[in-house]
Structures are given as C-alpha cells and as structure tokens.
Design a protein around this ligand. Structure first.
Ligand SMILES: [Zn+2]
Length: 353
C-alpha cells in the first residue's frame, strides 16, 4: 500500500502572543509536557537574571542553569550539569546562543526542549539544528525539533531592535532560497519538497508584504510565526534547503572571511538575498526586497554593515565554497570577479540610494 500521508516532526505547542511568558508553567502542565513541574531552565549569565526574576514564580519546580556562551563546550557542560536531575524537559530561555546550547544539551541527555526565545534574530528558534562554535570555527549539529515554542511578543519588543530586525532579513531571504531550489530542480533535477517549499515561501512572502514594523505586535506576530514555520519547513525537508541558498552562502562567506567583523546573520542574509534576486534577473523583486529591508532599517549595501564593495566581491566569489554541493544562482552563473563587479554596479543603480 502506498504511504498516504506523512507525519511532520513539529512542536506540540506553539504559543505566540503578548504575555505568553507569564503562563509558561500552566501551558507546559496543561499540555502534559511537564507533569511534575520539574524543569531545567537554561538562561544567560547577564540578561538572564532579570528574566529569571520574572519567570521564576510561574515555574516553582524549576532548577536554573547559567549558560557561559555559545560554544560546543558550553553546551556539553550544560548537559553535564543537568544530567541526573530527573527533569521532564529542558527550557531554553534567552537569545540564539542560549536556545542553541539548550537544544544541544537536551538532545544529549534525551529530554525534550521547550524553546522560549527572547528575540527574533533568525529562524533557528524552532529548527532541528543547533549552531555552536567549536575548535574549527562554527558547526551545525542536528537535534530534534523543540517540543514547544513559546514567544512572548512583549518580551521580544523589549529586546534590542537590531536583534529583532535581523529576523526580518532571515525570513525574507526564504524567497531567494526557494528560487535557488527551483533553479536546482530545473537545471540539476534536484527534488523539491513541495510542502517545505510552500511553508518557507509563504513565511518569507508574509514578512515581505506586511506593512507594519517591529514596534507593533501585529507585525511581530507574523514575523515570529514566519520564523517558526521556516524552522518546521527545514524539519519537513530534512535539511536547510527551504531557507538557505545563495543568500546564506554569501552570509557564510562574510562569517568565514571576516570572522571578527561579521554582522548579524539576518542582516547578511537579507543583503545576500536582495543581491541574489538581482543576479537571477528578478530585478523588480530585488528592488522590492531592498525597499522592504531599507524600510526596516536593514542593510542592502555592504557599506551599511562596515564592508567595502571590494570585500563584498570577495565574499560573493568565495560564497559557493561555503556549501559544497548546494546549487544556487551563484554556482549557476559561476561569475568572474569582473562580472561580480559589473553586476554589483548594476544592482546599486537598480535599487537606488
Ligand atoms: Zn538563516
């Protein structure tokens, strides 16, 4: 008999609203994620203290663990500290580094993870990947998807604007990543997972076309949902393909070539996506994407994140080497340095200043 449907690995609870944090304990108890209330909560050493003060009353049975940083060692240490505590679940409460450490630690000790992100900087908050610094630079580690995602829009709105804005660039870049996937399908016969592509594309388009900004909860709701859906799209396809094409190769190139100067992931991906759309000849879409990114205060030119055009050319040229095997508009065009320079000059003209 053919397989008639498939099961999608996805969180049992997705709770995105203003004030969600205050009900965290009840939600986890009601949804049977934590019967006993025994939770291991990972927070940052700095800003985590304030959060702890606020959340502790609703989680009376929780033990709290301070996470040192975002390295593989930090995550292993965290797992070691939590091991043997007989917890129902691990809660990652904080920014991307905390969530990634908590994801890895939860996977290592065999517990489900509840992700409670405090900003919307990228789509890793609900993805099956933990990004951690290791001795060789930075690694991506496969982990189970979170069992629950709780996002309090009031908390997110209070985060530094740059960390919220960055998520817009990451979400919008889905549109370019899907175009790369379709290109690989046409040229190389790579199989597209239609459901994963639909989820990631709709997430990107919703953010791209929303007239609001990070100051209002309507917009934050759409952005948070877009980032969650993108994470699930990656689980559906089993890799990062729905959300990562030339845009992300350019982002990785910035990270690898200029490790101490790299900007936020979402800032680099948004810029990479606007340029990649131009490269593929989608000039109107590129200009529209650039306009939206600008409206949100995100960079569309390398100078806006402290890079010279020449450094950008180097990043674009290096980009295909960051993800061997991934076919995008960059591998397709296989541009020389001079071609990159010329196309960049055209792009700058097209998006206006
Ligand atoms: Zn990304």
């Amino acid at each position: 008999m053919p397989v008639l449907t498939r099961l999608i690995p996805s969180p049992v609870v997705v709770d995105i609203r203003a004030g969600a944090l205050d009900d965290l304990g009840c939600v986890l108890a009601d949804e049977r994620i934590s019967h006993s209330g025994k939770l291991a909560v990972a927070v940052s050493g700095g800003s985590g203290a304030k959060l702890r003060e606020r959340v502790a009353p609703s989680l009376p049975g929780a033990d709290w663990f301070e996470v040192g940083g975002g390295t593989l060692d930090d995550a292993i240490k965290l797992a070691g500290a939590m091991k043997g505590g007989h917890y129902d679940a691990v809660v990652g409460l904080g920014g991307g580094k905390i969530i990634d450490c908590a994801k890895f630690a939860a996977a290592r000790i065999g517990l489900p993870l509840v992700a409670v992100p405090t900003n919307l900087a990228h789509d890793g908050l609900c993805s099956p990947v933990a990004t951690l610094d290791n001795d060789a630079g930075r690694g991506s580690y496969g982990v189970p998807n979170p069992i629950a995602v709780v996002i309090d829009l009031d908390v997110v709105r209070a985060a530094p604007a740059r960390f919220v804005r960055a998520g817009i660039g990451d979400a919008v870049s889905n549109v370019s990543a899907i175009a790369d996937w379709e290109l690989a399908n046409r040229v190389k016969g790579e199989r597209i997972d239609g459901l994963a592509a639909a989820m990631a594309r709709q997430a990107g388009e919703a953010v791209l076309r929303h007239p609001g900004g990070i100051g209002d909860n309507d917009f934050l709701q759409v952005l948070a949902e877009a980032l969650v859906l993108t994470g699930i799209a990656m689980s559906v396809s089993g890799d990062s393909r729905p959300a990562s094409g030339a845009c992300h190769e350019i982002n990785h190139a910035f990270d690898l070539l200029f490790p101490t100067r790299a900007a936020a992931h979402g800032e680099q991906c948004g810029l990479g996506a606007a340029f990649a759309m131009y490269l593929r000849g989608a000039h109107e879409e590129s200009a529209q994407m650039a306009e939206v990114l600008r409206r949100h205060g995100l960079p569309v030119l390398p100078e806006e994140i402290g890079f010279t055009p020449e450094e950008f050319f180097r990043a674009v040229e290096f980009a295909p080497r960051t993800r061997p095997g991934r076919y995008t508009i960059l591998e397709h065009l296989d541009l020389t340095t001079d071609q990159i320079k010329d196309l960049y000059a055209d792009y700058v003209k097209a998006i206006g200043s």
